[in-house]
Design a protein around this ligand. Structure first.
Ligand code: ZN
Length: 80
């Protein structure tokens, strides 16, 4: 489920953010850890940044750089 629009989507439609055991975040789909999902859409990625939805999803204060990474991840996908 997307944490921004709360719609159920298939894995292909979602970006996965994983919180690893050491507390760092990754976008590697093969990484182990607690995952949160956001649609591969400008709308949901922006909403996630604006409302800091990852903070809510993980119940912790998440660094701005993680949100920037999310945007970059999305922008990277957009290119191809
Ligand atoms: Zn969404």
């Amino acid at each position: 489920m997307c944490i921004a629009c709360r719609e159920m989507k298939t894995k292909e439609e979602l970006l996965r953010i994983i919180k690893q055991k050491d507390g760092s975040f990754t976008f590697n789909p093969k990484a182990m850890g607690r995952g949160a999902y956001v649609c591969r859409s400008q709308e949901c990625v922006q909403l996630c940044m604006k409302k800091k939805l990852l903070n809510r999803a993980y119940k912790t204060n998440i660094d701005e750089t993680v949100y920037k990474q999310l945007l970059e991840e999305y922008a990277g996908l957009d290119k191809d």
